[in-house]
Design a protein around this ligand. Structure first.
Ligand code: ARG
Ligand code: MN
Ligand code: MN
Length: 298
């Protein structure tokens, strides 16, 4: 029985640009349920985790923006995701800024001995309070999930770390801060930057990624930041970076993941309808979900 559970996480506290809290609505308007219905035996939409519109608070000691609230709301998300996995349903989380990966992974990872993570993103999201140029927590979730960062975040769900560096593959990177580069080298994280994607082609990148993770993990979470795609194909994001993964390459990547039957949880993040063009980015997200869950033309 293939069962899909959709959870909306209208979080915008991990960064500064308003509008990303409307991501889950935009993705629903793009008919996510209708599109995925035929690919599952059962599908449910659990609605949104309440986030609200609290005032921005900068943590005095760490300088992290909205630290307490990001922690609290991600704790709620982790609980919901945990219940979904426990029931044997596939959790699909709709963001929201990328700080929500902290909650998703806290809910998912306890169910696996050796969780793998595919981080599809222009960025590494490997900053800490010390290396962050912005103080924005959406630039930190991958480091946090490895156990590096503020204790409140790394200890979410009562265990740490959620993923070990050897089980991570970053795809699409083209904007890394200095501290992130150091961390990648220090921890030996596998990264396919745009250079490798151009050089090897997406097919080879995905073949290698799948072979690498299949051997060493017992579940793989896909964390897909829409800014991994080129801004031409996905303009509705808060931190666009030129020279990204194309629409076609992204479909191919999702199709190959579907064929490999590798992914056990997923989130699609950083859709910002205010910055978008006629909901294009939300539509692209839904189309990619179709490919990820096994949609075929023939
Ligand atoms: N999930 C994202 N869009 N992250 C962008 C992060 C940008 C920058 N590296 C920062 O830490 O502020
Ligand atoms: Mn990004
Ligand atoms: Mn990101």
């Amino acid at each position: 029985m293939k069962k899909l559970s959709i959870i909306g996480m209208p979080m915008d506290l991990g960064q500064l640009r308003r509008g990303v809290d409307m991501g889950p609505s935009a993705i629903r308007y793009a008919e996510v349920v209708e599109r995925l219905k035929t690919l599952f035996d059962e599908i449910e939409d659990l609605g949104d985790i309440p986030v609200g519109r609290p005032e921005v608070v900068i943590d005095r000691e760490s300088k992290l923006r909205n630290l307490e609230l990001v922690t609290e709301k991600n704790g709620k998300l982790a609980e919901e995701v945990d219940k979904v996995v426990q029931r044997g349903w596939f959790p699909l989380v709709l963001g929201g800024d990328h700080s929500i990966a902290i909650g998703t992974l806290a809910g998912v990872s306890k169910h696996y001995k050796n969780l793998g993570v595919i981080w599809y993103d222009a960025h590494g999201d490997l900053n800490t309070a010390d290396t962050s140029p912005s103080g924005n927590i959406h630039g930190m979730p991958l480091a946090v999930s490895m156990g590096i960062g503020h204790k409140m975040l790394t200890e979410l769900g009562g265990y740490c770390p959620k993923v070990s560096p050897e089980n991570i593959v970053i795809i699409g990177a083209r904007a890394l801060d200095e501290g992130e580069k150091d961390l990648i080298k220090e921890k030996g994280i596998k990264v396919y930057t745009m250079h490798e994607i151009d050089r090897m082609g997406m097919a080879k990148v995905m073949e290698e990624t799948i072979a690498y993770l299949k051997n060493r993990t017992d579940g793989v979470h896909l964390s897909l930041d829409l800014d991994g795609l080129d801004p031409q194909d996905a303009p509705g994001v808060g931190t666009p970076v030129f020279g990204g993964i194309t629409y076609r390459e992204s479909h191919l990547a999702m199709e190959m993941l579907a064929e490999a039957n590798l992914i056990t949880s997923a989130e699609f993040v950083e859709v910002n309808p205010i910055l978008d063009e006629r909901n294009k980015t939300a539509k692209v997200a839904v189309e990619l979900m179709g490919s990820l869950f096994g949609e075929k033309l023939l």
